[in-house]
Design a protein around this ligand. Structure first.
Ligand SMILES: Cc1cc2nc3c(=O)[nH]c(=O)nc-3n(C[C@H](O)[C@H](O)[C@H](O)COP(=O)(O)O)c2cc1C
Length: 327
């Protein structure tokens, strides 16, 4: 039987299928369902910076971040459902009830709150922390270097406060990803989660109002993390976890071949149910058995770009062929 164990963030995982942060993992029941379905590790729903701020503001009436009033209200309600104390309790409970590694997730925009809170998460038993960093650059006077510095400062701040393994979950929209991810690794992350899939903004043409876009991914979206994981592995020097577009074992195997340590699943669990974790795991196992691979390390990274001949020339040629219609 193929051995699916993998190391990730210094943890030993029984398989590389990780449940990514979402509403599915917002309570102990959801966590246990994922553990029962065979998840290799579980990332809890993110605690948002605003949830901590909201609680702090209630105590001292200080408004550091001015938000849309409707958003303020929403966040306050959200804080009541799962504030920072509840979140610590969720980590403790999850750790008590399952031996599957539990990764806490913080959504951070600034450096203000995270250092101290990250330490509390470590004390509550979190095996690792994923920093879910989705900074949307909107200021015209802020350049790329300044935006990147905000990310690095957050990592640096948290790193100084805690020794727990850290992952940075980032979006794909950076000009020089190899350079930027190296800066994050130097600031102290042990893993990068590529990529966060941002909230999609839509417009309703009947009501002429802004509306939320479609929430879930499709398997075709896997090409973005696939490309970047194959470029970054192994030079970036830390673990890579793939997020976006993993719906079946096929995407999972591709990402492992490109060099991923783990693959994260979310949309497919909403669409196909939590049991999809077990299906993906057994698909990987079957593929390994058919190919004669005993462990994941026997084939991990086999098709990263440094090992696949002249990837740049190959890609350029395919691009020219596609655009000129010549095959
Ligand atoms: C309903 C929903 C809630 C999510 N909540 C979070 C969250 O709290 N924190 C986070 O880092 N990502 C969150 N995500 C993003 C997912 O973790 C994941 O990165 C993204 O959906 C892409 O993966 P997928 O293609 O497997 O869905 C959420 C996604 C969905 C669909």
């Amino acid at each position: 039987m193929a051995d699916l164990t993998t190391s990730y963030l210094g943890l030993e995982l029984k398989n590389p299928v990780v449940v990514s942060s979402s509403g599915i993992t917002r309570n102990v029941e959801g966590v246990l369902r994922c553990a029962d379905a065979g998840a290799g590790a579980i990332v809890l729903k993110s605690l948002f910076e605003e949830q901590i701020e909201s609680e702090a503001e209630q105590e001292q009436e200080a408004t550091e971040v001015s938000m849309h009033p409707e958003a303020d209200d929403y966040i306050r309600q959200m804080g009541k459902h799962l504030g920072p104390d509840d979140y610590l309790a969720l980590v403790e409970q999850a750790k008590k009830k399952t031996d599957v590694p539990i990764i806490a997730s913080l959504n951070s925009r600034t450096t203000k709150w995270w250092g101290n809170y990250a330490r509390q998460l470590e004390q509550a038993g979190a095996d690792a922390i994923e920093l879910n960093m989705s900074i949307m650059p909107r200021r015209f006077e802020e350049n790329a270097d300044q935006v990147e510095r905000r990310y690095v400062n957050i990592v640096d701040k948290v790193r100084r406060q805690t020794s727990v393994p850290l992952a940075a979950k980032i979006g794909p929209f950076f000009t020089a990803l190899p350079h930027f991810t190296t800066a994050l690794r130097k600031a102290g992350v042990q893993a990068l989660v590529l990529f966060n899939r941002f909230y999609q903004l839509d417009i309703n043409i009947q009501t002429k109002k802004l509306a939320p876009g479609y929430m879930f991914s499709t398997p075709q979206e896997v090409y973005l993390p696939l490309r970047w994981i194959s470029i970054l592995h192994p030079e970036v020097g830390c673990d890579l976890s793939a997020s976006t577009g993993v719906h079946t074992g096929t995407e999972a195997v591709k990402l492992l071949l490109a060099g991923a340590k783990t693959v994260q699943v979310c949309s497919t669990l909403y669409k196909n149910g939590i049991d999809r974790i077990a299906t993906i795991r057994s698909d990987i196992e079957r593929w390994m058995t058919e190919g004669g691979y005993e462990t994941i390390d026997d084939f991990r990274g086999m098709l990263n770009q440094s090992q696949s001949g002249s990837p740049e020339a190959y890609e350029r040629l395919q691009y020219i062929k596609a655009l000129t219609g010549v095959s």
